[in-house]
Ligand binder design. Structure first.
Ligand SMILES: Cc1cc2nc3c(=O)[nH]c(=O)nc-3n(C[C@H](O)[C@H](O)[C@H](O)COP(=O)(O)OP(=O)(O)OC[C@H]3O[C@@H](n4cnc5c(N)ncnc54)[C@H](O)[C@@H]3O)c2cc1C
Length: 466
């Protein structure tokens, strides 16, 4: 049995160093092994994120060279009342990696891949999942759960959860952290277990993750992907439930897509992994399903090609400019028992333009029993449906984006009242009471760990939680 363990730093642990844009501060920061920027591109970039909805300028951006540099900075910042946030790839959508007037730790300076073993890989937290995969694949290995988009940092997704097409089998990325060597403070179920539970999906509130050892499993050689289309939400949901239960797919996702003419298309996305000559029989895989078979798109790809699907969308959105538009995303989980009803009701009030021509509404079932991370909140049923408004507006219109943010709040309240749960990678303001409500019985776990490891509330102010 593996022991879960993680290397991380906690606010307020040791020594003194610098953060601010003063000569003495900068000198101390340099001594502590961080390269500070106090103006220019780095500071401007740290005041933005993928959402383009919140803009908060830090006093300095620091590029830590090592965990030791961060350890020295934390008490220095805390004693001066300065806030500090780690920034991985800045793909948050609502300022969660920002620290107005404080310090942003640009974790891209800590991205070393340390060690690949048959069942694990040790990486610095600023590494992207693409880099982790590139290091593992030559050994025939892969992390069991990858996000659809690989250019996210390990620290950034471990701070929130990390869901992907194989979550139905392996849970979240936070469920797949294994033994690591701690240079600063290491936690596991047996050592600092409170911290171990508070740091995974703890929204950066109790520590900066500097290094993680992640589980690896054998990588499949090939992927047969089945994109199936349905006339309506009911028939999509019925087949999604069937394939979840019988386990015919190794990957399962799905979406409601704008058809460009004002209506919606309903898509099931399943995939079968296979090696060598053992190709799946398409008829057998699709047996008993009621999709519009003539519309089915079946593709056969290497594992790596399959994982690049989002990169192709990124490239398209960069070329048409929509990658740089506001992205007022709302990510949630619905209860299995009322998902179809609730999704249908919400959908009836949305137009294609509410998600944009290249946006989508993620919608598919998964078993909640695959998830074990205490701070990953799920509806209290055996099946939950991710229900995500992946809004990619066709225009940069800030007023429209603000309306969508307000709309997110309305949808969130509605689904929360129906037993739904937020995935806290969403664009709308949350108060401390909202967070208490979100974490429910787990709030005390996070609150108590915060008092213990970051009592001055130095870390990650972007969630407005403490
Ligand atoms: C195009 C796109 C696709 C996405 N696809 C998926 C998906 O398939 N599955 C999924 O689960 N999510 C997905 N997300 C959401 C994404 O996982 C989160 O927004 C994630 O936090 C972003 O990672 P990042 O490296 O950009 O983090 P940042 O935006 O830089 O930071 C996110 C949060 O984590 C904190 N943080 C960052 N690094 C550390 C660290 N080392 N220690 C402690 N805290 C840290 C930050 O302070 C901040 O609060 C997607 C987002 C985008 C924009």
């Amino acid at each position: 049995m593996t022991t879960n363990k993680r290397t991380l730093l906690c606010a307020g642990l040791t020594a003194t160093a610098a953060l601010a844009a003063k000569a003495t501060g900068l000198a101390a920061a340099a001594k502590a092994g961080v390269a500070p920027s106090v103006a220019g591109d780095a500071v401007t970039a740290a005041a933005e994120d993928f959402g383009h909805l919140i803009h908060r300028k830090p006093q300095a951006v620091l590029k830590p060279a090592s965990a030791a540099g961060i350890t020295e900075l934390m008490p220095w910042a805390a004693s001066r009342g300065l806030k500090v946030a780690a920034r991985g790839q800045g793909h948050s959508v609502f300022g969660r990696a920002m620290a107005e007037g404080g310090g942003v730790l640009d974790m891209t300076s800590m991205r070393t891949i340390h060690d690949v073993q048959p069942d694990r890989i040790t990486v610095d937290a600023g590494a992207t999942w693409r880099a982790v995969l590139d290091a593992a694949l030559p050994h025939g290995l892969t992390p069991p759960v990858l996000t659809n988009y690989l250019e996210l940092s390990v620290g950034g997704t471990l701070a929130v959860g990390g869901i992907g097409p194989t979550t139905l089998r392996y849970g979240m990325q936070t469920d797949n952290v294994v033994t690591g060597d701690g240079r600063q403070l290491t936690c596991s179920p047996n050592s600092n277990p409170d911290l171990f539970d508070a740091i995974r999906a703890g929204l950066g509130q109790c520590g900066i993750i500097t290094r993680a050892t992640l589980r690896l499993v054998p990588a499949p050689q090939r992927v047969r992907r089945f994109n199936l289309f349905y006339a309506d939400l009911r028939s999509l949901t019925a087949d999604q439930r069937t394939v979840l239960t019988d386990g015919r797919f190794d990957q399962l996702q799905g979406a409601i897509l704008p058809d460009g003419a004002g209506a919606w298309r309903y898509q099931l996305e399943g995939a079968v992994h296979y090696d060598g000559q053992a190709a799946p029989d398409n008829d057998a895989v699709l047996a008993g399903l009621s999709d519009q078979r003539s519309a089915a798109v079946i593709s056969d790809l290497t594992y790596n090609e399959d994982l690049n699907a989002f990169a192709r969308l990124e490239s398209l959105l960069r070329s048409n400019g929509q990658w740089f538009h506001p992205h007022p995303w709302l990510l949630t989980f619905l209860r299995g028992s009322n998902a179809e009803q609730l999704a249908g009701d919400i959908l009836a009030e949305l137009n294609n333009s509410d998600v944009g021509p290249f946006g989508r509404i993620t919608y598919y079932p998964m078993f909640t029993k695959a998830l074990h991370t205490p701070l990953v909140r799920m509806p209290d049923e055996s099946v939950a449906f991710p229900f995500n408004l992946i809004r990619i507006p066709a225009s940069k219109d800030a007023a429209k984006a603000d309306q969508m943010v307000a709309g997110n709040r309305v949808v969130y309240k509605r689904l929360r009242d129906a037993g739904g749960i937020l995935y806290p990678v969403s664009a709308f303001p949350m108060s401390q009471n909202d967070w208490k409500d979100h974490f429910g019985p787990r709030w005390s776990l996070l609150h108590d760990a915060k008092q213990r490891y970051d009592p001055l509330a130095t870390l990650t102010p972007g969630y407005t939680m403490f």
